[in-house]
Design a protein around this ligand. Sequence first.
Ligand code: 5RP
Ligand code: CO
Length: 220
Amino acid sequence: MASKLIAPSLLAADFANLQRDIEMVNQSDADWFHIDIMDGVFVPNISFGMPVLQAIQKHAKKTLDVHLMIVDPDRYIKTFADLGSDVLTVHYEACPHLHRTIQAIKAEGMKAGVSLNPHTNVSLLEDTINDIDLVLIMSVNPGFGGQSFIENTYEKVKQLKALIERKGAKTIIEIDGGVTNKNAKQLVDAGADVLVAGSYVFKSNDQLETIKNLKAIVNT
Ligand SMILES: O=C(CO)[C@H](O)[C@H](O)COP(=O)(O)O
Ligand SMILES: [Co+2]
């Protein structure tokens, strides 16, 4: 069985000490950097944009997992490729031509991710799942870190896993929002492959130890 991955979300990092926090992730047992881009339109919050991502890319030594919470993401696919994104995830709810968007992400050499809001049913990916490299299931409403995990997520992960298997797809499943040591094991048991953790990692007293423990929990 492939090892399960941990992706600390820099949304919860100390932006006045961003390089320090990036180096912490570089040295940790974490696998990916999760980077949340919010436009204040698709979600009711603005996070950061291209200059900050450029600065992150200069120091980050692991996979850049970029989560776009923006309207009309097609406009910026090439820009995010040029900024070093390895995985580029768009929201299902923001893409009227999802199939075209997925192909455009892949054409730029990135893995294509599609994220589902808590209210969006997994079955809507029936016709695109074989083209999607990663599905990101939101386990909170997107826009803010530090929110409580929505319990219905376990059921959604199971439904998505069943869809992937039924279609013979190679898609991996990522979970984002309110992940802690309390729900991590149950999420991987339901079928998750990658867990994003923001506040749980960065607000802890020993971040390296927190990541190490989370990684151990999901791989036992
Ligand atoms: O996409 C996100 C919010 O829209 C963040 O990735 C997510 O909230 C992670 O933060 P936390 O672990 O603190 O919930
Ligand atoms: Co995110």
